[in-house]
Design a protein around this ligand. Structure first.
Ligand code: GLU
Length: 418
């Protein structure tokens, strides 16, 4: 791959092609699974606080709904493109399939910089986005959720807008809602918690002991911060390095998650945390740690730095952090990669639990959520691990083989393509 940024959708298609070949899918099936079933593009004019008007571009991609309603988050990000949304929608299709929940894959996005917008502007943008997609979605069609830079509050505004439009209560139309507004207990840390359960299973399968071992976390949003807390609490790891878009910090003694969160809350970054040394995002990837958690954006592990990774386990809580070239290098170096759509599937799994609770209008305890999440994640890991061992392929390809086979089977049973 060249120096220029890899196109995530091309990567998603290459990954699918490889799995389709090993699975022996027909070329018609492969062609069908390579592209979204539907995609929607729209402009969103918005009155800003200073009286000016701006026009934002929005997308919703419904990649595949053979196994159930399309499912996936909405990103508000300045670098959003239709190809990132397509890739993320494809990965949602494989994600819901690998954890075996009865949903398909979708994704949405708006090109905007939420960090430079006021709460009022964000609310108006969220409601306006929902007005564009309200007729396209529903608990039985397509169910959005949070993703990068979208929050439970944004889900609440979107739910409210949808219910105003339709004139009825339908909380299952969107997930990741606040607990006070038909959300599920345990959704907040679900992505990280699911990933930590997968790391626990992988370490056991590899015969590695995690207690007291060093870990590093790249990205300190929702997934990164909870990964820090839970890696310590549930796995006994010592988190020695953390970073965000402004830079990173390192401490051999280990970094306290509460202190880091308080510092970031106060200053907007983890940089400058008391008792730590500076580390760059690039250096963080090369630290001698047991577990490395990429928790931010796409294409951060490439052929340029993959050979320098010294972690035993790479637990991908971000979507798309590793390029296919890097995958090959990591596989050769016997680094255990827990691929994104398996490792970060805890979020959508608890979103599914949220929908189930909304549909029955009966809410579960935190213990019930944890217990069911653990069962789903552990089963998914072992299904992938079995294929990886039997076929001697890396975990990502094995995860693709498990997930794509299930989607292809549903597509064939519906008689769409054989
Ligand atoms: N945005 C999350 C993901 O990429 C969650 C999606 C959902 O809950 O639907 O998995």
């Amino acid at each position: 791959m060249s120096q220029q940024q890899a196109n995530p959708f091309e990567i998603a298609q290459r990954q699918l092609d490889e799995a389709a070949e090993l699975l022996g899918l027909s070329s018609a099936m492969q062609s069908f699974l390579r592209v979204p079933m539907r995609e929607h593009h729209f402009s969103i004019p918005l009155a800003m606080d200073d009286g000016s008007y701006r026009v934002f571009q929005g997308f919703r991609v419904q990649y595949n709904d053979a196994r159930g309603p399309a499912k996936g988050g909405i990103r508000f990000h300045p670098d959003e493109t239709i190809d990132t949304v397509r890739a993320l929608a494809a990965w949602m299709t494989w994600k819901t399939s690998v954890v075996d929940i009865p949903l398909g894959g979708g994704k949405g996005g708006v090109i905007c910089d939420p960090k430079s917008m006021s709460p009022g502007e964000l609310e108006r943008l969220s409601r306006a986005y929902m007005r564009r997609i309200a007729h396209l979605i529903g608990p039985d069609k397509d169910v959005p959720a949070p993703d990068v830079y979208t929050t439970p509050q944004i889900m609440a505004w979107m739910l409210d807008e949808y219910e105003v439009i339709t004139g009825r209560h339908l909380p299952g139309v969107i997930t990741g809602k606040p607990v006070e507004l038909a959300g599920s207990l345990g959704r907040g840390d679900a992505t990280a918690r699911g990933g930590v359960y997968v790391v626990r299973e992988a370490a056991q399968a590899l015969g590695l002991s995690l207690e007291g071992q060093p870990a590093a976390i790249q990205g300190y949003g929702n997934a990164g911060w909870y990964a820090h807390q839970l890696a310590v609490e549930l796995l006994g790891l010592k988190v020695v390095a953390i970073s965000d878009s402004k830079g990173g910090v390192y401490s051999e003694q280990g970094i306290d998650a509460q202190a880091a969160a308080a510092h970031k809350e106060r200053t907007g970054s983890v940089v400058g945390l008391a008792g730590t040394d500076v580390v760059t995002n690039g250096e963080l990837f090369e630290l001698p740690v047991m577990v490395l958690f990429p928790c931010a954006l796409e294409n951060v592990i490439t052929e340029r730095n993959a050979a320098k990774i010294r972690a035993e386990i790479v637990a991908e809580l971000a979507n798309g952090p590793t390029t296919p070239e890097a995958d090959e290098i990591l596989f050769e170096n016997e680094v255990c990669v827990l691929p994104d759509f398996l490792c970060n599937a805890g979020g959508v799994t608890v979103s599914y639990f949220e929908q189930v609770q909304n549909a029955s209008n009966f809410y579960w305890t935190l213990d019930e959520v944890y217990h069911r999440l653990d069962a789903k994640m552990s089963r998914a890991f072992h299904a992938v691990h079995e294929v990886a061992s039997a076929r001697k392929v890396h975990n990502r390809l094995a995860a693709y083989m498990v997930a794509v086979a299930r989607v292809a089977e549903a597509v064939a049973m519906r008689g769409w393509v054989k």
